[in-house]
Design a protein around this ligand. Sequence first.
Ligand SMILES: C[S@@+](CC[C@H](N)C(=O)[O-])C[C@H]1O[C@@H](n2cnc3c(N)ncnc32)[C@H](O)[C@@H]1O
Length: 205
Amino acid sequence: MGFYSKYILPKLINCTCSVSTVSRQRAKIVPMAKGKVLEIGIGSGLNLPFYQKDQVKAIWGLEPQGELLSMAREMGETQDIPIRFLQASAEEIPLDKQQFDTIVITYTLCSIPKAEQALQEMIRVLKPNGQVLFCEHGAAPDPAVLKWQNRINPIWKRVGGGCNLNRDIPGLFQAAGFHIPNLQTMYIPGWRPACFNYWGNAIIK
Ligand SMILES: C[S@@+](CC[C@H](N)C(=O)[O-])C[C@H]1O[C@@H](n2cnc3c(N)ncnc32)[C@H](O)[C@@H]1O
């Protein structure tokens, strides 16, 4: 791992993910988490203050990047919920099957190299009646914006730690075997190619 990925990128991710427009999106999704929760790509732990203590028994925070995980651990110390941290990738979740009531994933499906494999892993560890709560940016519905997303994506991915601008978020969930009972979309304020948001819940078909 180079200097940029190890030292600069984690701070950049923490900064860009802390903006108020993104926090407003977190507030729409994270408070719905219940029971035993797995957060995929917990990053610097910015979702932690949004969990409802009276609904959540415990949180497992999975994150492959060590620097981000350290920031999440620090954030975790200020929360009143039992949290365990795992340094691992979503493509190979080192946990037993069918144990989580809720999986939370925010602004991460864009960056997971093998998103399809990660979604299969989520199906494996989720209880049959559990749900995935997600909020992601992805492919825009407007052809002009999508054209720019496709054009810029190769460079964006290199500077953004593997982040893709143009992933079809609902399509990925559906192809993996999820049904999405509630899906909402909008452009959050900001640069449109990076700001088309999808959020909702996904359940196993
Ligand atoms: C833009 S950040 C979002 C962080 C956090 N979810 C948030 O909402 O602030 C993308 C995250 O995806 C994580 N990530 C990248 N590849 C991953 C993988 N294979 N498995 C799990 N997480 C991954 C990154 O390390 C980073 O924490």
